[in-house]
Design a protein around this ligand. Sequence first.
Ligand SMILES: Nc1ncnc2c1ncn2[C@@H]1O[C@H](COP(=O)(O)OP(=O)(O)OP(=O)(O)O)[C@@H](O)[C@H]1O
Ligand code: SF4
Ligand SMILES: [Mg+2]
Length: 350
Amino acid sequence: MKADDVLVISNASKVFTMRRRSLKRVSMTAVDDVSLTVRRAETVGLVGESGSGKSTLGRAILRLLDLDGGRILFEGREIQGLNERVFRPLRAKIQMVFQNPVTSFNPTMTIGQTLVDAMRLSRHRTLKQKEQRALALLDQMELDERFATLYPYEMSGGQLQRVALARALAPEPHFIFLDEPTAALDMSIRGQIINLLLDLQRQSSLSFIFVSHDLRVIRYIADRIYVMYLGQVVETGTKHAVFESPHHPYTRALLAATLIGQGGRDEVRRAEMLTGEVTQRAHDFAGCKLYGRCRYATERCAREPQVLRAVAQDHWARCWRAEELARSGWLVKGSAANEEPLSGFRQVAV
Ligand SMILES: Nc1ncnc2c1ncn2[C@@H]1O[C@H](COP(=O)(O)OP(=O)(O)OP(=O)(O)O)[C@@H](O)[C@H]1O
Ligand code: SF4
Ligand SMILES: [Mg+2]
């Protein structure tokens, strides 16, 4: 663990076992040997199709579920297995904005009470100061102070998403797991909220894991990126490495999908897309999880397990063909970098 590491996840795994209607037990590995690090004042972008294990990883960090294997160190302390009493002081420092904010609110509390309650461990503040901070946070989220008296059911999904951000910021955390935090926001406010998060990060050295299906948002906000597929990290590296020189066929497919219709050679991008649906593999299948959907697959991919390997400095991919694919060039050189930023975003160099 390095001095500026806030969160270090090592070899995390989580298996869910469910009973089918036939009463047969089926198990699936939602998080499969994931190792991930977040440094102080850093934003890690987490991307991957639905079901790739992003939210499950977030819930494990928040101690909302126990891992079946692996370790999670937060500011140097192992948090797996800590009992509630010992974990409680850390809880304020580790926050999450849930993917579906509507269900994460207590329907019997007003928004103001919810925000004050989020500061219950902030003993250095009086109730009056907490109420003032609650109003200030609403204001930062472009919500009028009258919202403090409303109940969650009286607000729209986008407004609740902003309250969820305010609630996560309220106890002055060191780390926030942001699970699709801008998905319910109008485009007009999305850039503004993201810039606010970046400003807060600079002011108080906050660290984020930012989950988004929108790679344009990830490209804007993240310092480093982890790409997940069926519970595994298939590629990770700096934003520049992953966007400008994607080595894994899955990353290439995700990027190609976002670039279609952006001008340039769409037929090259379409060829890069995956075929078929995400499907779990049988337990005795040892090969690459992308086998069957990958245009570059060979017979070797079906029998050989793939490991995350260094493919360049600060850049890893889980595919034995990674270097060869990267040498064959990216879809359209520089296209990921030249893409227009979202409206309301400040221009950043990638
Ligand atoms: N409590 C649970 N019981 C059983 N299976 C679960 C549970 N929670 C998640 N899963 C399964 O684990 C896998 C990973 O789910 P997860 O919600 O972490 O994916 P995700 O990457 O967040 O997807 P999305 O982009 O749709 O939010 C999925 O197949 C999901 O059905
Ligand atoms: S190992 Fe084979 S199937 Fe897997 S991503 Fe690489 S080329 Fe595709
Ligand atoms: Mg999710």
